[in-house]
Design a protein. Structure first.
Length: 243
């Protein structure tokens, strides 16, 4: 069963290092808007389940399709796909964000305007986890959830954001409330060292949660109900505060 979105539109905006990117954005549900940033394997049934769950609990979902085949989980196996991903997502950058961040900044402003909303919630996962925190610097964003943030891959305790990114996001969090980062306790990809670096960078401006287990994708492939409940509660509090 697919997700019953009610519209889809192409969205074009610049990348940080020049040039533009265009991706289809799927939209469905009613309520305050939440932007889901997809994981690397693609938008498969589990990601669509997350969109349905958020709809069922009173949120409108925006889901940009950036990588892979919509509706399927696929692996990136060929050089052409790797090149396309690398142009927008550099998975190994340390102390800098990927070029796609500027496109995301434009998208959250677009969503806020389309919905005439107080603001937007953002969920990032694995590849996109840290973007949810960086985007808290934007006026359009009320709250960000970094679920199993994993970039930069093999980066140790380096962050996939610059000191300026961190400072701007901290300022946004100080004004709007903390971000939320979470992981499975024995997840090697979203590592304990990386989570520790996020805690050190953001301090009291970042709430963190760890859930027992060795899995990875808290909200999709390895769905964890208490983690999802934490996300619901977090966004309800952020939107209530903005009323």
């Amino acid at each position: 069963m697919t997700w019953a979105h009610d519209k889809v539109f192409p969205f074009t905006a610049p990348l940080t290092r020049g040039g533009d990117a265009t991706h289809d954005v799927y939209v469905g549900g009613d309520g305050p808007p939440i932007l889901i940033l997809q994981e690397l394997p693609g938008i498969g049934p589990e990601t669509l389940d997350l969109a349905r769950r958020l709809n069922a609990t009173g949120f409108r979902v925006y889901l940009p399709h950036m990588i892979g085949t919509y509706g399927q989980v696929t692996q990136i196996r060929n050089a052409a796909r790797l090149f396309c991903v690398r142009r927008e997502f550099n998975m190994f950058l340390r102390r800098r964000q990927s070029p796609i961040v500027r496109w995301m900044q434009a998208l959250v402003a677009e969503i806020k305007s389309r919905e005439n909303a107080a603001g937007v919630g953002v969920i990032g996962m694995c590849l996109t986890g840290s973007f949810a925190l960086t985007l808290m610097a934007e006026d359009a964003v009320l709250g960000g959830v970094a679920s199993q943030p994993a970039l930069p891959f093999f980066g140790g305790d380096n962050l996939h954001m610059s000191p300026q990114d961190v400072g701007d996001a901290r300022a946004g969090m100080a004004q709007k409330g903390p971000g939320l980062a979470m992981r499975y306790s024995d997840d090697k990809l979203a590592s304990k060292k990386l989570m520790g670096a996020l805690k050190e960078a953001f301090g009291d401006h970042l709430e963190t949660a760890e859930f027992d287990g060795k899995d990875h994708s808290l909200l999709t492939l390895d769905f964890h109900e208490p983690a999802f409940q934490s996300v619901q509660d977090y966004f309800r509090a952020r939107f209530a505060q903005a009323e």
